[in-house]
Design a protein around this ligand. Structure first.
Ligand SMILES: *Cc1c(COP(=O)(O)O)cnc(C)c1O
Length: 236
């Protein structure tokens, strides 16, 4: 199937999942996770109607930007971001979804102030409490937001999560539900510079469950582009 056909199939499943949950399909955005896919594939995904693109690696972001690959769609950063690369990302992307630690928040603030702009971000939550994974623990998020006015050049638009790799269909629902509850708790607090428009969760294997649990943005790679060729990465 072509990239456009894959996207059409995903849209149909998104619509069905939204309908089953009594939700408006328009409230759920499709972010193409474009890592390891070149400018041509990215252009096909945009032509196929994805709402935005998400890049994991700064090098790919810079290269595909230079190739005008993202024309017609917003681009987000969704990968692990080293503080020394922040200046290449701030102001270049519409949303940094993967703000997973305090010193990254500080580095983004500093760079956004320098560029005299406001950077939209999501806080990444380590909802499975996994040692191996980055992200704020759920209990850290509210105390952090109490002090978000210390970051005047940052606007928090919501939360992002990558739950543990699941063994069985439906396993991740409990994590998705916890994320929804956290976003509801935050909304109730009415913090300055914080909106909870975006709850970014759900990937190729579990996006229907995520939609059932309140996701407003799914990040899909494999189901759009096919399996990633990791072997290729080491030769280029
Ligand atoms: C790769 C990636 C995805 C998409 O994963 P698939 O399983 O290929 O859909 C989503 N989010 C992040 C942060 C990713 O790195």
């Amino acid at each position: 199937m072509s990239i456009a056909e894959n996207i059409a199939a995903i849209r149909a499943r998104m619509d069905a999942a939204a309908a089953a949950a009594g939700r408006d399909p328009k409230d759920i955005l499709l972010c193409a996770a474009t890592k390891m896919n070149g400018a041509d594939a990215v252009r096909q995904a945009i032509a196929g109607g994805v709402d935005c693109c998400g890049e994991n690696r700064v090098q790919e972001l810079v290269q595909k930007s230079a190739e005008n690959a993202y024309e017609g769609a917003p681009v987000h950063f969704i990968g692990v971001l080293q503080t020394n690369k922040v200046k290449q990302v701030v102001g270049r992307v519409d949303l940094i979804q993967s703000v997973d630690r305090m010193n990254l928040l500080e580095a983004i603030q500093k760079e956004a102030a320098k560029q005299a702009l406001t950077q939209d971000i999501l806080l990444e939550v380590n909802i499975g409490g996994e040692e191996s994974k980055s992200g704020f623990s759920p209990s850290e998020v509210l105390p952090l937001l109490e002090h978000i006015s210390d970051f005047p050049n940052i606007r928090v638009r919501g939360l992002m999560a990558i739950p543990p790799i699941s063994q069985n269909p439906g396993d991740n629902r409990k994590f998705f539900q916890k994320m929804l509850q956290l976003s509801v708790d935050i909304t109730a607090k009415k913090y300055d510079n914080v909106t909870m428009d975006c709850l970014s969760m759900g990937m190729s294997d579990d996006y229907e469950d995520a939609i059932a649990c309140g996701s407003t943005m799914i990040r899909v790679g494999t189901a759009i582009f096919g399996a990633r060729d990791y072997a290729k990465l080491h030769h280029t």
